[in-house]
Design a protein around this ligand. Structure first.
Ligand code: UD1
Ligand code: MG
Length: 459
């Protein structure tokens, strides 16, 4: 690994110093915790950036290394660097605690008897002042930390033992237990608002009971795994995570604008912002090193950790349905992958696009079927239909039997549609598509909810 260049050292030091100054000022002046969160995220970015450089070679020495399969001369680079992000992130959110709760702790413990403070304590109860973060949020914050720390430990386990897909699929459910336990003892709300057209049959609210916990567990399993399987080209794991985080943060801002205050959901969206800003900070530092041509790999630790950050903010912030709208490309990729994930079509260990060393471009990777391992005829017929509607590319033998199919991932499908592309070009196009689909999802969310639920909860 390279050491930091002089420019990098000066830039990172300057950024850290500026962020520290903001932090000191925020503490002294009892300022807005959002600025403190931004400053801590800046420091987290600088620290992650430097740590990746300083410790990359140690990962290789310890055997955490991977071969970049899409390069002319494949070199081994550090793997599982997402661990640095996760650890710096956990450190960042712990250090942010005093800034988020300082004023409330002071109000609650020493405010009694003082008229002004009593007045402020009333606002504190309603939790509608942006700069206030009610003390009861401390539990959500703590359990979010517990869930993310558990996820990081289990991610390291996966990166260390290279577990089989069918085993590691359920790992996030264990990590989500702290969060689900908090939900059980603290909120316990398991009913959902029924859309207008269905109300005449089931009423305005429907209690899902235990199924609601299954639904939350499913989200906790889905978010990390679907990031892990939309992978295999430089920058795509981190890139998609940054896009999702930015889209959630954008949605949060809609609820935090002064024009819609006081808003009952402001707390939840502030909670989400406080968890997302440092995430964006550490992820940008990782992206710089994982972007084409990658100097490090992120590892499953990062994919699980990132997915769980989204599951935590979606579930504890009470906007899990909106969250799913921001995962549309990942949901598509998951459903599209299902035939291979569930063994209907054989699934190779790696499904990432194939690198053509002659052209330097990526092409769709394929799975081939031989006489020893033939494809069931009915599956073959289904693949031919998908080929006809351009959702796959198959090769057929003389007898008309399918002998080869492109692997079932959105990256390969994009290459089927667009033709061979350079690795970074493919990443940019997928991320641009994801951003456009996410923005569309949010637009639909805020315009159609008026039709389905009588009002958009933003107003
Ligand atoms: C998931 C995918 C697998 C894909 C892999 C790529 C499923 C079920 N699994 O497996 O198809 O091939 O991610 O990450 O869909 N690598 C590169 N370039 C990159 C990123 C990764 O060559 O930009 C290679 C490296 O050799 C690296 C390895 O992929 O060491 C990491 O694979 P890993 O994350 O362990 O694979 P899975 O998550 O199990
Ligand atoms: Mg992976």
């Amino acid at each position: 690994m390279q050491q930091l260049s002089q420019t990098e050292t000066y830039s990172l030091s300057g950024l850290s110093a500026a962020c520290l100054a903001v932090l000191v000022n925020a503490w002294k002046s009892d300022g807005e915790p959002l600025f403190a969160s931004l400053a801590i995220s800046g420091i987290a970015f600088a620290f992650t950036y430097a740590c990746i450089r300083w410790t990359g070679h140690v990962f290789i020495k310890r055997g955490y290394k991977g071969r970049d399969m899409s390069k002319k001369t494949p070199v081994e680079i550090p793997e599982a660097i997402g661990l640095i992000c996760a650890l710096v992130y956990l450190l960042a959110i712990v250090n942010f605690l005093p800034f988020a709760f300082k004023r409330d702790i002071v109000e609650v413990t020493s405010g009694a008897g003082n008229k002004v403070n009593l007045l402020e304590a009333q606002h504190l109860e309603t939790g509608r002042f942006l700069h206030r973060f009610p003390l009861e949020k401390l539990a959500s914050y703590g359990f979010a930390y517990g869930t993310l720390a558990s996820m990081t430990i289990l991610g390291i386990l996966d990166d260390s033992f290279d577990m089989r897909w069918r085993h590691k699929f359920f790992i996030p459910a264990f990590a989500a237990l702290p969060m689900l336990a908090l939900y059980f003892v603290d909120f316990g709300v398991t009913h959902v608002v029924v859309p207008l057209p269905l109300r005449q049959y089931v009423g305005e609210l429907i209690d899902l009971g235990g199924f609601y916990y299954l639904y939350m567990a499913a989200i906790a399993i889905f978010c990390p795994n679907c990031i892990n399987i939309l992978a295999g080209i430089n920058g795509i794991e981190v890139g998609q995570s940054i896009v999702i985080a930015a889209l959630i943060a954008f949605n949060d801002i809609l609820y935090l604008l002064p024009s819609v205050q006081p808003h009952p959901a402001a707390d939840s969206h502030l909670f989400s912002m406080y968890l997302l800003l440092p995430f964006i900070g550490v992820s940008l530092a990782l992206l710089k090193h994982n972007w084409f041509p990658a100097k490090v790999f992120v590892g499953d630790t990062y994919c699980y950790f990132a997915g769980m950050v989204f599951a935590v903010v979606g579930i504890l912030g009470h906007f899990s349905k909106t969250l799913l709208l921001l995962f549309i490309p990942q949901i598509f990729n998951f459903c599209y992958s299902a035939p291979q994930l569930f063994g209907i079509v054989p699934c190779p260990r790696h499904r990432l696009p194939r690198f053509n060393a002659r052209t330097g471009l990526l092409e769709p990777s394929v799975t081939t079927f031989s006489d020893d391992k033939p494809l069931r005829p009915i599956v073959g017929e289904a693949l031919k239909i998908l080929h006809k509607v351009k959702l796959l590319r198959v090769q057929q033998g003389d007898s008309g039997r399918v002998t080869e199919t492109t692997n079932f991932t959105i990256l390969n499908l994009w290459l089927v549609w667009r033709g061979p592309l350079r690795e970074d070009r493919l990443a940019v196009e997928i991320l641009a598509m994801q951003t456009a689909v996410g923005l569309l999802g949010l637009w639909v969310r805020h315009s159609c909810s008026k039709l389905l639920f009588t009002a958009d909860n933003r107003f």
